[in-house]
Ligand binder design. Sequence first.
Ligand code: BES
Ligand code: ZN
Length: 387
Amino acid sequence: MPIIRRVALLGALLLPSAAGASVETHLAAVLKFGPRVTGSEANAQARTYLEGQFRALGYEVRRETFTYPRFDDLGSGVEVGGRTLAGLALQGSVGGEVTAPVARVSGVGTPEEFAAAGVRGRIAVVDRGTLPFAQKARNALDAGALGLIVVNNQPGEVRGTLGERVALPVLAVTREAGAGVRAGERATLRVRVREGDVTGVNVVAFKSGVTRPDFLFGGHLDSVPGAPGANDNLSGTLAVLELAGRVAGTPLAGRSMFVLFDGEEDGLHGSRAYVKTNPELVRTLRGMFNFDMVGVNVTPLTVSGEAGLVEAARRASGVAGRVGGTGGSDHAPFAGAGVPTLFFHRGLDANYHQPGDVVADPALIREAAEVALKTVDALTAAPTGRR
Ligand code: BES
Ligand code: ZN
């Protein structure tokens, strides 16, 4: 590596973000918009804000859109004794509103249990477990029930899928809500759902003229409904922005691309779309670095992925590393396309996908960016051979 290039890269390692506001400022600004569900107004506001930050650092920004089908619960629940208990429609359920007496089935919803409970013309209530949701729903329909409520058999909400169309409103509720739905009481079951296409938007930032980057730094910007997504994954998003700031004035900027993926929480749609629409760029990448949940230290920062990248990260920073790994985030479609990937994370915290996901530590976010830079430095100092 020419000495000048190496010195400039070291500059990126040693200096704080060249320009732009701090991680603290970005965290506060973006969290104000609320959960960044793909297709939502908050998601669009966060995107616009972050695009502005990349531009302020001297990057060009382009948007890449993609569309996929999604099932949305628009607010479902059951009203009993003047109280409304919240629930979530099982994916594939029909929408509808039914008022009828409750039949509490003792069991998980076998045909025999439905028959014993006398559910015809009633709203049937069964326990989660043993049988697939669709089978419970089909049994309920066959037994003449007008609606079905599935009560969780463990703490928390149920986000479930029927996996097929069953012509019955089906709601899943927590154990606490289930206890409030008693046999013989009149109840109104409201299942409000929408099935339609949603459009996601990937934000791609790069220095003017860069079309074949060596390194792609990415993280998902979207979050799940009801969760502010500070750690999952504003933390990763801001690690990417921090990296963009650190490399802005260095030659590495000319070899890098920064991507904020959308649609991750609905099934890695943004990263899959990116890989599909940019095959040439993807083919020549030396590394894809994915940052997901790097703002809360459940485990110390861990990298997993391709052996050469893991080794470089370990050598450069002493970070914990694991070769291989599973695919629950945006590196997976790249790995599937043969790109060496490195996944940066700190484990699953207690607020994962919960309304309590409101905290991410700026120091941990900066540390993740720093480890990535050290890794790139180690790689460019000792080329791995794949070019
Ligand atoms: N942020 C998570 C992935 C993750 C898990 C990062 C553990 C770090 C540690 C991601 O947003 C997520 O929720 N993924 C889903 C799968 C995805 C295809 C919807 C998962 O892991 O269940
Ligand atoms: Zn998630």
